[in-house]
Design a protein around this ligand. Structure first.
Ligand SMILES: NC(=O)c1ccc[n+]([C@@H]2O[C@H](COP(=O)([O-])OP(=O)(O)OC[C@H]3O[C@@H](n4cnc5c(N)ncnc54)[C@H](O)[C@@H]3O)[C@@H](O)[C@H]2O)c1
Ligand SMILES: C[N+](C)(C)CCCC=O
Length: 496
């Protein structure tokens, strides 16, 4: 694949089954895949039908028999090798991600680093997965075994295509499972590279398969009788459908869904860090980040100073060709999504919010970028809690600033949402910081920073933002099951 913006075409098949790229056995409708930076079509991908989904699941089932019998240490070695290859190919994979997603190359490299770190982390855990030994009366005893689930399905969103696949396959494979992964039809490219890397590293052929397609393909996967678990990253409405399908087969699910997270800035915060934190909380990946702190509550005493500084720095964000080293904001994922984000800004204005900066379309000077999906990052002032822009997930570069007066008031307002993915607080008062995060109804809270993602820390939501956890030791619980064995050392005392 050539690597300059506007020059790429993707020709190889993007399904991956039994250790090789394949055309789907029953590929139906063709999905056009766009390069967000230019609006060009990168390729057309056939959506996998029921037959291809079944072949992928059967391929995973066969590999599961081998992989699940290997020791944790053997699995560890293979996963470490996969992590090493990703590290070695970091720039190439990051370039693919940027071309398909539109995010800056600077950020894509960070995503790839987080990806190999995730595989390394779970490789490290694989060798120490163990149960317990429990003594019982008369010398009898019991023990528990941590066993894999079987074939797990991963369904991903388009904002972190490679990273999401690693966050799911890392713990799944470490626990001895196989996986069939379906990326978003908007970003089908980089995950196939991950599949190749796993094979190169030495996983049994078929252990990690990729099927391409949209909702229909996803449904075939979720409904397949040989699938043991579904791990989904995406929107709340799709999450509900996934849960309904999983319920029919009593399949466990992990749901990583949307958010509308609060970021609370107290007047005693280090202003420089708070401003940087607010930008990190809103403008990574063009604002298309599930855990973004898009409701920025600012203590009234510092509202003007904080807002002025945030606006000044937001206006300086370098937008443009995402493959250029100094670009910090690339293109949104596609035209309909850009229009949707613009619609939210229009509605915000109608409802009385003030656009303090940005929000308009951005047309780069470079002629090859003129059909790309760019907009200027936006800061909204004069926001009220009941405005649509404050209640709904926009999933674009739009920050809403809301003043507050007391701790009690801001905690109540921060929690007044159906979502509960993340939250953040900036203050120098350590007791206040811990008190506030303890009161926030959110799964991932940050104190004096935002949107950092160490793989050692569990990540996941409360309320409508989902359940189950990715990353950290916690994810092991969601990719394994516990078998209890009760061992009698004496004679059977029968009641009959
Ligand atoms: N919590 C997290 O970790 C996290 C991370 C990234 C994105 N997200 C959320 O994802 C959303 C944006 O992503 P999106 O637009 O790709 O979400 P989406 O729900 O439209 O799609 C997500 C995935 O589900 C598939 N899908 C759609 N309908 C399906 C169905 N009926 N059955 C099975 N699969 C189906 C899609 O093809 C895609 O692969 C946002 O709400 C964002 O907050 C959450
Ligand atoms: C890596 N981040 C920035 C924490 C994002 C995690 C995935 C959410 O969309």
């Amino acid at each position: 694949m050539s690597s300059a913006t506007g020059t790429v075409t993707v020709q190889q098949p993007l399904n991956y089954r039994a250790g090789a790229r394949v055309q789907p056995a029953d590929g139906g409708q063709l999905e056009e895949v766009f390069e967000p930076a230019t609006g060009r079509v990168l390729c057309k991908v056939p959506c996998s039908g029921e037959k291809e989904v079944d072949l992928a699941v059967q391929s995973a089932k066969a590999a599961f028999k081998i992989w699940s019998q290997m020791s944790g240490m053997e699995r560890c070695r293979v996963m470490l090798e996969a992590a090493r290859i990703i590290r070695e190919q970091r720039d190439e994979i990051a370039t693919m991600e940027t071309i398909n997603n539109g995010k800056s190359i600077f950020e894509a490299r960070v995503d790839i680093d987080v990806s190999w770190q995730c595989l390394e982390y779970y490789a490290g855990l694989a060798g120490s997965l163990a149960g317990e030994h429990i003594q019982l009366p008369g010398g009898s005893f019991g023990y528990t075994r941590r066993e894999p689930l079987g074939v797990c399905v991963g369904i991903g969103a388009w904002n972190y295509p490679f990273q999401i696949a690693c966050w799911k396959s890392g713990p799944a494979l470490a626990c001895g499972n196989a996986m069939v992964f379906k990326p978003s039809p908007f970003t089908p490219i980089s995950v196939v590279r991950l599949a190749e890397i796993f094979t190169e590293a030495g996983v049994p052929k078929g252990l990690f398969n990729v099927v391409q397609g949209g909702a229909a393909t996803g449904q075939f996967l979720c409904q397949h009788p040989d699938v043991a678990k579904i791990s989904f990253t995406g929107s709340v409405p799709t999450g509900m459908k996934i849960m309904e399908m999983a319920a029919k087969g009593i399949k466990p699910v992990t749901l990583e869904l949307g958010g509308k997270s609060p970021l609370i800035i107290f007047s005693d915060a280090d202003l420089e860090n708070a401003v940087k934190g607010a930008l990190m909380a809103n403008f990574l990946t063009q604002g298309e980040v599930c855990c973004n702190g898009t409701r920025v509550f600012v203590e009234r005493k510092i509202l003007d100073t904080f807002t002025k500084e945030v606006v000044k720095r937001t206006q300086k964000i370098k937008i443009g060709d995402p493959l250029l080293e100094d670009t910090r904001m690339g293109a949104l994922i596609n035209r309909p999504h850009l229009n949707r984000v613009q619609g939210f800004i229009k509605q915000a204005k109608e409802q009385g919010a003030e656009v303090l900066c940005g929000g308009d379309l951005y047309v780069p000077d470079d002629p090859k970028l003129k059909n790309g999906y760019y907009m200027r990052p936006c800061v909204l002032g004069n926001c009220k809690d009941d405005m649509t822009c404050v209640k709904e997930e926009i999933f674009g570069p739009v920050m809403a600033i809301l003043p507050f007066d007391t701790e009690e008031e801001v905690v109540e307002r921060a929690n007044a949402t159906k979502f509960g993915l993340a939250g953040g607080v900036f203050t120098r008062d350590i007791q206040k910081a811990h008190r506030v995060v303890a009161a926030l109804k959110a799964g991932m809270c940050f104190i004096n920073n935002y949107n950092v993602s160490p793989v050692e820390l569990p990540f996941g939501g409360y309320k409508c933002s989902g359940f189950g956890r990715e990353n950290g030791r916690a994810a092991i619980e969601y990719y394994s099951q516990l078998k209890t064995v009760c061992v009698e050392m004496g004679d059977v005392e029968s009641v009959f």
